[in-house]
Design a protein around this ligand. Structure first.
Ligand code: GUN
Ligand code: FE
Length: 430
């Protein structure tokens, strides 16, 4: 028998759609060849020959997708959080990222990031590196070994980067990107390249157009930032005066992607009706980064409006503007932020429900990677086994209640095992 075919038993919870969480108390979860065959109350006869791992009272949920995270910022998370976006970038972030021209620094720092990524709830991630090719390749090498499936972008930036963090011209940035792509071609199974114009203030028109063309020529996806902060939005209007919105500026440069090749836009806090229709038209993904949006006083993204418009939405930790890579924390802040949006901003926009946020963290963001983030038949078997026995309770708790409690109180949710496509990538040593 192949070793990525097995059965797990435990308290199972997953989303079949955005409105509900399906649960099984002491249910069976079947993995054949890395693919989930579904969850069951009673194990079907045809799977009885598979090896069974009984996790008893532990919880089993789908792995989570972090749709937006900056690897080089990981080691300074939680510092400098009194600034807003543009000051935070120039004071803390750009000087830190400039250090990744030093490979000793990059190797050490990316090891901290990769090892912690392996140990957290995330089984899929879409990652920003820095503008440096060598360090970006080092990051990809390290991530490949974690077993977590990722997209990783060498960052493009040819203006406004300050001392030591700016490529000399659009042509040099495009050339460096092509060299990076050539250096990694065919090298990885789990690690994919993604084009990464940092945001419009960092990229000249010529560079943006060049990346739009490269995306088309090579069939490569794009990730960037959109409408995060009022000063940033105003700056983009100055930089691209012919644009009717920030999203339209990306559209002008052919970087908004297509339904087959969707672009991820992080934040979208200030996306009004025009941006909503542009995001929808291009099949883009919104990476909602509530922790980051609170820390940098950015605002609250109107996620329910995006969902009602049929836009793809997932969650991002956005480390280091977000202060933790723990997706439970991001879910928790997503819930709180949407409640405050309803109370303080617009009482016509109902808060997100727990079911909806659980879906966004798992199947919502997971869909960027294909059939990922659910335990429905045919999905990739990405799963996290959790021990919540340290969260003492005086009452009998349903699986649904235990999952909710775990999100609102992440400190005592201990990951026991983590699987990606049926392969165990992490196990906790007692
Ligand atoms: N906009 C451009 N670069 C960044 C970044 O590194 N983090 C965040 N949060 N927003 C950005
Ligand atoms: Fe970001």
């Amino acid at each position: 028998m192949i070793d990525n075919s097995f059965v797990l038993r435990g308290g199972i919870a997953y989303s079949e759609n955005i409105n509900g969480i399906v649960t099984y108390y002491r249910g069976y979860l079947v993995c054949v060849d890395g693919i989930c065959k579904g969850a069951f109350v009673n194990l079907p006869d045809k799977y009885k020959g598979l090896k069974l791992y009984d996790y008893g009272e532990r919880l089993i949920i789908p792995g989570m997708t972090d749709l937006h995270v900056h690897a080089p910022q990981y080691t300074f998370r939680g510092i400098g959080m009194d600034a807003e976006l543009l000051e935070w970038l120039s004071t803390y972030t750009f000087p830190e990222e400039a250090k990744y021209s030093d490979m000793d620094y990059a190797i050490k720092s990316y090891n901290y990031f990769s090892e912690d990524l392996r140990r957290c709830f995330t089984t899929r991630a879409v990652v920003f590196a820095t503008m440096h090719n060598e360090a970006t390749i080092e990051l990809m090498n390290q991530l490949e070994k974690t077993g977590v499936i990722t997209y990783v972008g060498k960052v493009n930036m040819d203006r406004n980067g300050g001392e030591g963090l700016q490529e000399a011209s659009a042509a040099e940035s495009i050339n460096a990107t092509k060299e990076w792509l050539a250096a990694i071609e065919g090298k990885y199974v789990n690690t994919n390249p993604i084009l990464t114009p940092r945001f419009i203030p960092s990229c000249s028109n010529e560079l943006m157009k060049g990346l739009g063309q490269l995306s088309k020529d090579r069939g490569l996806r794009i990730q960037s930032h959109l409408s995060e902060n009022p000063s940033e939005v105003a700056w983009v209007k100055e930089l691209v005066p012919e644009s009717t919105s920030y999203a339209n500026a990306y559209e002008i440069f052919d970087t908004m992607g297509t339904i087959q090749q969707p672009t991820i836009m992080a934040h979208c806090v200030y996306s009004g009706d025009e941006e909503i229709s542009i995001l929808k038209k291009h099949g883009a993904y919104v990476a909602h980064c509530a922790d980051s949006n609170m820390n940098l006083t950015s605002g609250i993204a109107p996620i329910r409006k995006f969902l009602e418009a049929g836009i793809n939405v997932g969650l991002g930790t956005d480390v280091a503007a977000g202060s933790s890579m723990n997706m439970l924390k991001t879910m928790f802040i997503t819930l709180q932020a949407s409640k405050m949006y309803y109370r303080l901003v617009d009482s016509n926009v109902k808060p997100l429900t727990f079911e909806e946020v659980f879906y966004l963290a798992t199947a919502g963001g997971g869909s960027y990677f294909g059939k990922v983030g659910s335990f429905k038949d045919g999905y990739d078997f990405d799963a996290v086994v959790i021990d919540d026995s340290k969260m003492h309770s005086m009452r009998d708790m349903s699986i649904r209640e235990r999952i909710e409690r775990m999100v609102y109180n992440d400190a005592d949710a201990i990951i026991k095992d983590k699987f990606v496509k049926g392969k165990k990538v992490y196990t906790r040593m007692e």
